[in-house]
Design a protein around this ligand. Structure first.
Ligand code: HEC
Ligand code: HEC
Length: 460
């Protein structure tokens, strides 16, 4: 029997409350109405005048070329910052580059796959640091792009990332805001908005993201001292890992194509994702970009598919769980490194010295939009919830935006508060069969970890 259901979203403004938002929560901001303007300092932050410490400039591997930063201007990067965090860019105005690239996580995401415009991304979001100067030859996990400026147009247009399908429409939209014409003028000398200028400003912002202020850097500059365990961890790292995660005093990522392609596989059990093979051809199957290890503590989960939740799991992989394949044997011993427990702890302690707190908090790379100041219209929600009554079916559908696929429990009560039924799911949809319910008002309490929300449904 089909029922006509109407929905009363009684507590619509009573969205998920969250007393404690930790790193495992994916924050999705939703804005209803109201123009949100960025808060920018009167004088722009300093992006262009960055001093590179000596241990970064002059390495055992040669002198680093940092001239790319000459292209960065304070006004250009400021515009890039606004574009990076502006949800207006996305098709549904609910997503920005910053949604999947979060500053506190070194611009990575804390879920294996990020929720895009309509579905999860197929790979783990990548952290963004030192990309401008140290890492110019391969972008994306499959290293399919080799020019930062050009590749930035891809997430912009990718229908599941920012999803700009009509660039002219976007330009009109940006022209209509209170702030973009002036920001383009400051950055480029006139207020004309073009796709190239958008990509250019984003490139400047991303290129300005450098991280040289970790404990490890300070120890190189003789301003801090590694503990005995961190020191031993560094020794182990140099012996076993830096052949791929180049130390080079030190940016901890692949440099130089001379080993290509051997170094691009680290003995993970294979999946359908062919990595570089999808782009470069069969002989490159299952090869993936060697990621930087700077701020690595912040960027869990790890690997191109986010399969490891912790550094402990990563080290166990290298130690015992390596899967032999045509690439292993030379740089990765058959059967793994067989580290002792102390060695594992030392390696992890060393990796923890690569965290640069300043990078993770510096206001110049932060979200300039003050969501809370949006006339009370801004709602910061952990999950957004929609209820779809369907008069032609026996089911009401609760749809949650639940990118990290957490378990959501939905408990239904009648208007007297009596328990009716309970459903739970970590998928995006929970189906409630309402065919047997008598007419009346029902409340559905949704629980997800320590967050709750109540929605109401009236069955006629
Ligand atoms: C829906 C999530 C999502 C959004 C939105 C998004 N990205 Fe990404 N980004 C990813 C994922 C996932 C990858 C890895 C993709 C791959 O390798 O296939 C990535 C990779 C990158 C890389 C490559 C980093 C490297 O080390 O090679 C850059 C740069 C980047 N994104 C910049 C941006 C910019 C700029 C925007 C906004 C215009 C943006 N992203 C929006 C998820 C996202
Ligand atoms: C043969 C080259 C190679 C060696 C040696 C190597 N790695 Fe890796 N490492 C990689 C590659 C390639 C990836 C990315 C693999 C993927 O996602 O498919 C990676 C990924 C990682 C990651 C995850 C990074 C992220 O952002 O998800 C960590 C952490 C890591 N390696 C640490 C180490 C440590 C510690 C050692 C030494 C014990 C080591 N690696 C040795 C090639 C190597």
């Amino acid at each position: 029997m089909n029922k006509l259901i109407t929905v009363v979203l009684l507590f619509i403004s009573f969205l998920f409350f969250s007393s404690h938002v930790d790193h495992t929560n994916v924050l999705i901001h939703q804005y209803i109405g109201g123009e949100l303007n960025p808060n920018l300092p009167d004088d722009p932050f300093n992006y262009e005048d960055q001093a590179f410490p000596e241990h970064i400039m002059f390495t055992d591997w040669g002198t680093n070329d940092t001239t790319i930063l000459d292209l960065v201007t304070d006004h250009g990067a400021t515009l890039g910052r606004v574009l990076f965090f502006d949800e207006k860019l996305s098709a549904n105005e609910n997503l920005s580059c910053g949604t999947c690239h979060k500053q506190a996580l070194s611009f990575a995401d804390d879920t294996p796959f990020s929720m895009g415009v309509s579905e999860n991304t197929s790979r783990n979001s990548m952290q963004l640091n030192d990309l401008g100067w140290s890492n110019r030859t391969g972008f994306f996990w499959d290293m399919s792009e080799n020019n930062l400026h050009d590749m930035i147009k891809l997430p912009l247009q990718n229908e599941n990332e920012i999803g700009v399908t009509d660039i002219d429409q976007l330009i009109d939209k940006l022209n209509d805001t209170d702030y973009y014409p002036a920001l383009f003028n400051d950055a480029f000398g006139d207020s004309q908005i073009t796709e190239d200028r958008i990509a250019d400003a984003l490139t400047q912002f991303i290129s300005s993201m450098t991280t040289f202020n970790s404990k490890f850097d300070r120890s190189k500059m003789l301003q801090d001292v590694l503990t005995a365990s961190e020191y031993r961890g560094h020794e182990l790292f140099v012996q076993n890992c830096e052949v791929c995660h180049t130390d080079g005093n030190s940016f901890f990522q692949f440099e130089g194509p001379e080993f290509f392609p051997f170094l691009f596989n680290n003995g993970l059990s294979e999946t359908d994702d062919l990595g570089a093979g999808e782009f470069w051809g069969e002989e490159f199957n299952h090869l993936f970009k060697i990621p930087t290890l700077r701020n690595i503590v912040q960027t869990a989960p790890y690997m191109h598919d986010g399969r490891f939740e912790s550094l402990e799991e990563v080290i166990d992989h290298y130690s015992e769980d390596l899967e032999d394949n045509e690439w292993t044997g030379e740089f990765l011993p058959i059967g793994g490194f067989q580290f002792s427990q102390t060695e594992k702890t030392d390696l992890i302690n060393f990796m923890k010295t690569l965290t640069d707190e300043e990078f993770l908090e510096n206001e110049k790379w932060s979200d300039p939009f003050d969501r809370s100041a949006d006339d009370g219209n801004a709602k910061e929600i952990v999950q957004s919830v929609n209820l779809f009554p369907n008069p032609t079916s026996d089911f009401a559908i609760i749809e949650t935006i639940n990118p990290s696929q957490k378990m959501v429990e939905a408990v239904m009560y009648n208007s007297q508060g009596q328990f009716i039924k309970k459903m739970s799911s970590h998928n995006q949809q929970i189906l409630f069969d309402v065919s047997q319910l008598s007419a009346g008002l029902y409340h559905i309490k949704l629980n997800c970890e320590d967050e709750q929300q109540t929605i109401s449904l009236s069955v006629i």
